[in-house]
Design a protein around this ligand. Sequence first.
Ligand SMILES: C[S@@+](CC[C@H](N)C(=O)[O-])C[C@H]1O[C@@H](n2cnc3c(N)ncnc32)[C@H](O)[C@@H]1O
Length: 322
Amino acid sequence: MLLRPGDLHTPTPPGELFGGESSGPVFLEIGFGNGRFLCHLADEYPRANLLGVELSPTACQRTLQRLGDHGHERVRLVLAPGEFVVRDVMPPGSLDRVFVNFPDPWPKERHRENRLLDAEFFTILADRMAPDGHLRLTTDHADYFEWSLEQADDSGLWRVQTDQPPPSTLGTKYARRWQAEDKSIEHALFEPTGEAPEIPASIHATETMHHAILKGRLPDLDEFDKLRRPFDGGQAILLHAYRSVDGERLLMTGLLEEEELSQDIIVEAYESPTEDLDDRLIVRIKPFAKPLTTEGTSQAVDLAAEWLTSLDDEYRVIERRY
Ligand SMILES: C[S@@+](CC[C@H](N)C(=O)[O-])C[C@H]1O[C@@H](n2cnc3c(N)ncnc32)[C@H](O)[C@@H]1O
């Protein structure tokens, strides 16, 4: 099953993710690529609940197909950054094992901030791990490997053992590629010391569908300049505006960036279909790509409403639901 951020809560208890009666341990793989290792986990650990997180929609599609072919039903794939899932979706103590196989190495100094296994991530993950849980890292990239050991050490919350990579991690697409090139492959086991501070989720999702009601009618548009709203924890950008073919809707495409989570959104404005409210304009997030309802979606609706009210004195915000 493929989940998008809008299908999740912050946090989401494992029972909700995997179905109420699931009692097995929770294994997470971040950056599962073509899903070969996830399938191995599903075969090897029939009681485990498996969560795979990926940034690439193509990787998710291929893996869904591979899992379907194997008949695995206890696997949930999430199309989102691993940092978001660990910090905002997984409750404290919920992860029994975490696997990171051949993470993107970001070799250039100026791109290092994109690396997954930094000290901040280790600190948050330490709080999300079960007491006897562990993380396994396998990589061909010696610099990333050494760097991540230092980062774990800097967090002060992990014991680390380096070891030969287990055979199961040598079957992934990237493992095969690097072995064919005779590259050496590094492996480490990270165990939390149990002294992690409590770290709350930083993105707070709500169930409310954010919307505003304005007095006014749908505007005729000649131009639209990109709108940007920075806010504490991120920014909302409205990129383009379009009129629907039937002329009844104004659609604004946008982007929300909150911490590592970036979401594509559409804000729509349309005249209220209620007859005695025919000069009311509803502005809301279209539930199109299932965005998570966050501070960002509320800021995007407010930004669109503010922009409409700037077009003409006729417009006035009557109701804000965010
Ligand atoms: C080098 S590939 C390795 C794929 C697979 N683990 C393997 O061994 O074949 C790295 C993968 O991590 C994914 N990825 C990179 N950053 C990520 C993040 N922050 N969260 C989730 N997935 C990520 C990429 O989309 C890519 O599929």
